[in-house]
Design a protein around this ligand. Structure first.
Ligand code: NAP
Length: 198
């Protein structure tokens, strides 16, 4: 049976819709349950993945991390320049379509974890290459931070696939992303039109 790689955007989000804390760190890192590389279901998620894909803004902090966050994964970065100290096997390209071709050319059948951020997720959505949006809702309200939209276009269509409660009180929700969203109605269907009374 032919296996096709899937590009799976998976990122954490607060209950009030922010993917970063007010100081700009990924949402799950503020959760008391956070353990780098272990918590929030990441181990199970990575079982089917062979590559990590992200934007330059998301990639840069990894270089000063205590541990390399993507051991055993091929790493692809969307960006025009990489910071000094980037390992030589990290593949970077400033053009999303070209980077997609490079990912496909080396793919061995495993999935690609599209880590973020929202701009890079949208760049692959525009190419029709985004297979799933997988949100890990952490049990926190931030009040401020970076939102998923509008960098990820609100036109993205979501079809529910699954949900999973995670230790520590987070919830993972998986949506497939193969259609655009229908235009939102101007009012609830239960409301009659003020103009026609219909
Ligand atoms: N909650 C989570 O799980 C999670 C996960 C990942 C990231 N984050 C957060 O997300 C934030 C960053 O998100 P972001 O959306 O601002 O940045 P990003 O997607 O990580 O990176 C943006 C960079 O990627 C390149 N890029 C993006 N779209 C492009 C396009 N269409 N064409 C060409 N290049 C493109 C550009 O690089 P150049 O400038 O080099 O050209 C751009 O500056 C960070 O604060 C990070 O902490 C959160």
């Amino acid at each position: 049976m032919e296996t096709r790689m899937r590009i799976r955007a998976r990122l954490a989000i607060s209950v009030d819709g922010f993917v970063t804390t007010p100081t700009g760190w990924p949402a799950h890192t503020a959760d008391p349950a956070f353990v780098s590389g272990e918590s929030h279901g990441i181990r199970e998620f990575l079982v089917g993945c062979e590559a990590a894909l992200m934007g330059r803004t998301t990639f840069e902090p990894a270089l000063s991390n205590d541990r390399w966050p993507w051991p055993g994964l091929d790493v692809f970065v969307l960006g025009s320049q990489l910071p000094p100290g980037t390992p030589s096997d990290v593949v970077a390209d400033s053009d999303p379509a070209r980077l997609l071709e490079r990912i496909r050319a080396t793919n061995r059948g495993g999935d690609v974890h599209l880590i973020g951020g929202p701009r890079t997720i949208n760049a692959f959505r525009v190419l029709g290459a985004l297979d799933t949006l997988e949100l890990v809702v952490v049990p926190l309200l931030f009040g401020a931070g970076l939102r998923l939209t509008p960098a990820l276009s609100p036109d993205a269509g979501l079809t529910f696939e699954s949900t999973r409660p995670l230790p520590g009180g987070s919830v993972e929700i998986v949506y497939s992303c193969h259609a655009d969203r229908a235009t939102l109605p101007p009012r609830p269907a239960s409301q009659t039109s003020p103009m026609t009374g219909a």
